[in-house]
Write a protein that binds this ligand. Structure first.
Ligand code: SF4
Ligand code: SF4
Length: 172
């Protein structure tokens, strides 16, 4: 499938921002543990979610070159421009999630959708993180609206003290 990320009009903003990358423990240990302190880390189900707090973006992004670890990049990066949202664990340890193009991507409408490839990569991500398998639902049309609603509810719960962000130590 052709990849609009290669001609991104906001200059590969996703790699530069590196805000919310979903990685397995193995991917964290292999790629990001050595940059300890550069990320805020949340545990989301069996994944770790990394937020760059240094303002430098992904340590593997190089201006003009792009990804310097392309063949070893995390599965979440391979899933680009799609991302998994609304993660929850279902029966038998199966990951249930929705998948959509990234919110805020100016090229979202340009991506060809390859359903089998998305399903296969999502399942690989789930198994790498320790789930038995994955069932992903591809959100269409107003998926972004559902996503914003989900975030608003979550933020309100945090403001009301009903939910605390799960900041964790890697491996913890
Ligand atoms: S997903 Fe969209 S915003 Fe992110 S790098 Fe690709 S084209 Fe750019
Ligand atoms: S590992 Fe590569 S593709 Fe993934 S965010 Fe970093 S530079 Fe981008």
């Amino acid at each position: 499938m052709s990849n609009p990320c290669m001609s991104c009009s906001i200059d590969m903003d996703c790699c530069k921002k590196f805000s919310g990358a979903l990685v397995s423990q193995e991917e964290y240990d292999r790629l990001y543990a050595k940059f300890d302190g550069r990320f805020r880390i949340e545990r989301v189900g069996r994944f770790l979610k990394l937020y760059d707090v240094s303002g430098e973006g992904c340590p593997y992004f190089q201006q003009g070159t792009g990804c310097t670890v392309y063949d070893q990049r995390p599965l979440d990066c391979r899933l680009f421009p799609f991302s998994l949202d609304h993660l929850r664990e279902g029966a038998g340890g199966c990951l249930k999630a929705s998948v959509n193009t990234r919110v805020g991507c100016p090229h979202a409408h340009e991506f060809p959708v390859d359903e089998p490839a998305i399903a296969a990569l999502s399942a690989d991500m789930a198994r790498a993180a320790g789930y038995a398998d994955a069932r992903v639902e591809h959100e269409r049309g107003f998926g972004w609206l559902k996503y914003l609603g989900f975030r608003a509810v979550r933020k309100a719960r945090r403001l009301l003290g009903l939910e605390k962000p799960a900041v964790v130590s890697p491996g913890g």
